[in-house]
Design a protein around this ligand. Structure first.
Ligand code: PMP
Ligand code: GLN
Length: 382
């Protein structure tokens, strides 16, 4: 977790946002929207503050939010969830991941993830002194090979940690792969931890929550967050849904990490989760148009683009432009085109990163005029 000189190494997202700030380049690096989410959700938080909802809420989350999370699971996935025993509110998906990994993984336990993987996974597995095993997402579709998945999960595996829709590749895992993961979890008595923060950001490829598959629920911890769905990444309201036993285990850790989370944001997210289908359809449709806009711009600029099925990230291969090393390109990109992106190698172990060396992740959760400007500036690379 430390840089070679002993300082704390900053995350790739912080580094790239600083680069954008220092150079004035358009920040398509760190994934956060540049527009606010639904006005009624923002108003509900303002109202809560004005009404004095400003002291410690219950550690598991306010009842109204736990109820809304349970109803959301039922409404979208047909899952019946007990809001009192099977839901836990957390400080974003990040704390949900941290508390879950720390609760489940002991010294030397193996955790299997896909690769590339969201950077926090590597850090958290290290904090728990676990051993991180990965299954590569194979190009061109960024899907895992089923034989490689089978080989990675063994009796030493404590947790299979998946992420669908997937950051950074935009892959939405298909049912067959999820079914295999459930089968392997049973065979090797592993727990499935599934990070579904982009559950509502899919483009014609339905998100399948692993907990909805037969035999999955009793060994699955589902993690999500309000940040992506409601464009409130700075509020840090996330949650887990799992069995009463697993929720209790995660709560045991969570109580000493943050104790409780953002009181006035909780009623606001409860209201957001109950918004009508038109809201959910709208965010996906708006984002899909932005995906297409940036993807077309990247193709025009000479990148080879894998069009994502979900998330707000697109992966572009810089090899056709003559860049074998995307990390170098990302450092030069502010000067060359006034744009910041993140090299995919930052989501990989060093030795595996080579396979993805020429790939860059760009975020398209930005205003249309910002994406148009970015596309025009990137065209200078061609
Ligand atoms: N998991 C994934 C895959 C993410 O992309 C993010 C947000 N970048 C998180 C977890 C963290 O979510 P939160 O901001 O709610 O902690
Ligand atoms: N999830 C966002 C991303 O992948 C932001 C992550 C962060 O800043 N830690 O870019």
């Amino acid at each position: 977790l430390l840089a070679p000189d002993g300082r704390i190494a900053s995350t790739i997202f912080a580094e790239m946002s600083s680069l954008a700030q220092a150079t004035g380049a358009i920040n398509l690096g760190q994934g956060f929207p540049d527009e606010d989410g639904p006005a009624e959700v923002l108003d509900a938080a303002r109202r809560a503050i004005a009404d004095g909802v400003n002291q410690y809420p219950p550690g598991t989350g306010i009842p109204a939010l736990r109820q809304a999370i349970a109803e959301h699971q039922q409404r979208f996935y047909g899952l019946r969830v007990d809001p009192d025993r099977e839901v836990l509110v957390t400080a974003g998906a990040t704390e949900a991941l941290a508390a879950t990994i720390l609760a489940l993984v002991d010294d030397g336990d193996e955790v299997v993830t896909l690769e590339p993987f969201y950077d926090a996974y590597g850090g958290l597995i290290s904090l728990a002194r676990g051993i991180h095993k990965t299954v590569p997402l194979r190009r061109p579709d960024f899907l895992p090979d089923h034989d490689e998945l089978r080989a990675a999960v063994t009796d030493r595996t404590r947790v299979i940690l998946i992420n669908t829709p997937h950051n950074p590749t935009g892959t939405v895992l298909p049912r067959e792969t999820l079914e295999l993961i459930v089968e392997l979890a049973h065979e090797h008595d592993a727990i499935i931890v599934t990070d579904e923060v982009y559950e509502h950001l899919t483009f014609g490829y339905p998100h399948i929550p692993v907990a909805a598959l037969p035999g999955a629920r009793e060994r699955t911890v589902t993690i999500s967050s309000a940040g992506k769905t409601f464009s409130t990444t700075g509020w840090k309201i996330g949650w887990i849904v799992s069995t009463p036993e697993l929720v209790t285990a995660v709560l045991a850790v969570k109580q000493f990490l943050t104790y409780v989370n953002g009181a006035p944001f909780q009623p606001a997210i409860a209201l957001g989760l109950a918004l009508p289908d038109s809201f959910y359809d709208g965010i996906a449709a708006t984002l899909q148009a932005k995906r297409d806009l940036l993807s077309q711009g990247l193709v025009k600029a000479g990148f080879d683009v894998t069009v994502p099925h979900g998330t707000y990230f697109v992966v572009a291969d810089a090899a056709p432009l003559g860049y074998a090393d995307a990390a170098t390109l990302c450092r030069e990109l502010p000067a060359l085109a006034g744009v910041v992106g993140v090299p995919i190698s930052a989501f990989c172990h060093e030795e595996v990163g080579q396979e993805y060396a020429s790939l860059v992740r760009f975020a398209f959760c930005k205003k249309v005029d910002v994406l148009e400007r970015a596309a025009a500036q990137l065209a200078q690379l061609a």
